[in-house]
Design a protein around this ligand. Structure first.
Ligand code: DGY
Length: 339
């Protein structure tokens, strides 16, 4: 977004006469990072970290010019229509599937997000989940804590190898590429990837990754890791047919969005022993988790924490605050989504 494009869009944020912009910070975040925002705007904020129902969020946003949100706040046309002064929505996440981008665009509302700052941390976690699932670390730890460990045995929690095997990455954006580098250089893995379109050969070379159609990738990979952005077309991209196309005993890891996987089909595949292990950080109706998943064997489940290291979460909040301040002060945001 150039200064000129941005000037046209932000003209309506001319508050006039020394009026300070009004901002809602919808959730609890690191309070010290908010001080910067409080210096330039009137900020409604509470450390009481609750997720507001839609009508409460609408009421809190009604007179605001800017919103700081997380992926728990749904931004749709109904909300936007109730908030005529709203000019900028800044989400501290990289994913924007909780925001109706078309509804924002037609109302001239700028949407910013937080890419890059979480890439490496999320890739670390994707790899941790792969290792935990393939090597059955969750089940093994629960077994030990339950006092069930009485002897060393040759096949106790004997899982799958990760090093030297084939990893198929679906979604080769920044996070997918960072995972590919870990796999290729750290674990000597062969890396395949599937994307809407192949990456430039320089990037493929840098990640030591080869493009495959989805079916070929599923068929050739020992471990499949999902790192694609969510869109309605990605819903249940991995369903009954795709799971059946995976290798017997393969691992499936999801650090994308829960809706990408048909969880019922996943549970069935685990029970019939087709999948060796599953690692999920994201869920279809999160924070609700399908009880069938909780009861399924060989599954590692974590509460959407892939980007959750302190330095990274601080960087995400800081970037979201800087985006808000830029727009409120009439400058282009650092990381716009709907430029
Ligand atoms: C993101 O930033 O999109 C992470 O998934 C956290 O929601």
């Amino acid at each position: 977004m150039t200064e000129e494009d941005f000037g046209a869009r932000s003209a309506s944020l001319n508050l006039g006469g020394g009026t300070r912009p009004r901002v809602l910070v919808a959730r609890a975040v690191f309070p010290d990072i908010l001080e910067k925002l409080q210096a330039v705007a009137d900020v409604e904020y509470t450390q009481d970290d609750r997720i507001d129902p839609p009508e409460v969020l609408r009421a809190r946003l009604r007179d605001k010019h800017g919103a700081f949100i997380t992926n728990s706040e749904r931004i749709d046309a109904t909300l936007l229509d109730a908030c005529p002064d709203l000019r900028v929505i800044s989400t501290m996440t990289v994913g924007v599937d909780h925001i109706d981008l078309d509804a924002c665009a037609v109302r001239g509302v700028i949407v910013t997000h937080a890419p890059d700052v979480l890439t490496e941390t999320t890739a670390d976690f994707g790899f941790a989940l792969l290792l935990a699932a393939a090597r059955q670390i969750g089940d093994a730890e629960r077994y030990l804590r339950a006092g069930k460990w009485h002897k060393w045995s040759y096949d106790l929690f004997a899982g799958s190898d990760v090093h030297g095997t084939t990893l198929g990455i679906v979604g080769m954006g920044r996070i997918g590429q960072a995972i590919a580098r870990r796999a290729a250089f750290g674990f000597g893995m062969k890396v395949l990837y599937h994307n809407r379109k192949p990456l430039p050969s320089t990037v493929e070379h840098e990640c030591r990754a080869a493009y495959r159609g989805l079916d070929d990738l599923l068929h050739e990979s020992d471990h499949v890791l999902l790192a694609l952005p969510y869109s309605p077309t990605a819903r249940h991209l991995i369903g009954e047919r795709e799971i059946a196309a995976m290798r017997q005993g393969a691992t499936l890891i999801n650090v994308a969005r829960g809706g990408v996987v048909d969880e019922e089909a996943l549970v069935r595949a685990l029970h019939r022993g087709h999948l060796g292990a599953v690692g999920l950080d994201v869920f279809e109706g999160e924070p609700h988790v399908n009880p069938a998943l909780l009861a399924a064997p060989r599954v590692v489940l974590t509460p959407h924490i892939a980007s959750s290291s302190i330095p990274t979460r601080r960087a995400m909040v800081k970037l979201a605050v800087d985006n808000l301040i830029a727009v409120l002060q009439g400058r282009p945001p650092l990381t716009p989504f709907n430029a």
